[in-house]
Write a protein that binds this ligand. Sequence first.
Ligand SMILES: *Cc1c(COP(=O)(O)O)cnc(C)c1O
Length: 398
Amino acid sequence: MGQISENYISEAESALLHTYNRYHVVLDKGEDVYLYDIEGKKYLDFVAGIAVFALGYSNEEYKNTIKKQADKILHTSNYYYNVPAISAAKRLKKLSGLDRVFFTNSGAEAVEGAIKTARKYAYLKDGKTDHEIIAMNHSFHGRTMGALSVTGNSHYREAFGPGIGNIKFADYNDFDSVMAQVTDKTCAIIMETVQGEGGLTPATEDFLKKVRKLCDERDMLLILDEIQCGMGRTGYNFAFQKYGIKPDVMTCAKALGCGVPIGAFVMTEKVGQNSLVAGDHGTTYGGNPFACAAADKVLEIFERDDIAGHVKEIAPYMWEKLDELEKKHPSIIEHRGAGLMQGLVFNGPVAPIINKALENGLILINAGSDILRFVPPLIIEKKHVDEMISILDKCIED
Ligand SMILES: *Cc1c(COP(=O)(O)O)cnc(C)c1O
């Protein structure tokens, strides 16, 4: 690392709140699926800003859209209609098969909205205010108080208690453990369709279908968090589409704006008609014309260019290559995930491998301390997988 970077890093450490242990690199620009640091060093990017930059860094159509929108207008207010929001909502409905959209600024904010939707839906049925939500162990739903309260990792929650009340935890992919938490007060079950931070674990078909049936029988809402696994990441526009079921409420963010901060919670018509009404929920920035112009273009490209279809083609190749790596290195004990959301579980911390990869021009990230996570831009080709594998292979050896 050069002096320029070191200077910036020491300035950062005296100005920014120390809530991240950052890797020692100051990123400056992106091109195709590569990033460049402030000193011009090139890196192959297999993180995509954590499953955000699905279209890579050189999509001119996308960039021109946001430049043009910046010239027109960035923000109005949700008290007025704007065309990009209308268009983006129509596209999101079509891709998800759900009916009503609320745009937010982030994933956590979408989860907050989903929780409020579930509580209001139950409140309208019985007028009570003590409803319970079942969430999953090892889940991750975000850092705001509501989203944190349904995050199944006590390490994230402990210092910030009490969280919002009446949350119960069950084991992911264990239907009996969910049943054990169900009471007359349960109004919703929330889970990721594929657990991300918790370790790249997809829901089993049996589990998800049983939970769907349970929610139908008891008129509880199934909330699927697709913030990381949605938007083509698993080879389907939304991961739940592989299972032949639909959630009542879905949360979406990360790749939705491909870099422009935007999220959404999306629901069925039935839930839309029986939950939040005017005055119940709002946001100043959420759904503004700038963020929605970005999302609208991303959704247009996803549909037109069948980005999910490309993932379906390329993901098995990455799977095969990571499998070969697993066989070669005894320090790798498991390989899991779905689509272009895969993880290698090591028998120890992966931080040294990530740092070594960085030195060698490859950007990788962990999920938990022992899992190496692969969430590259969705437009990668086989040659990028080969390049990643050859760098990583050497880093593991070292
Ligand atoms: C990233 C993530 C969130 C939180 O999104 P933010 O935009 O960081 O608030 C929530 N759920 C899942 C599954 C995520 O991966």
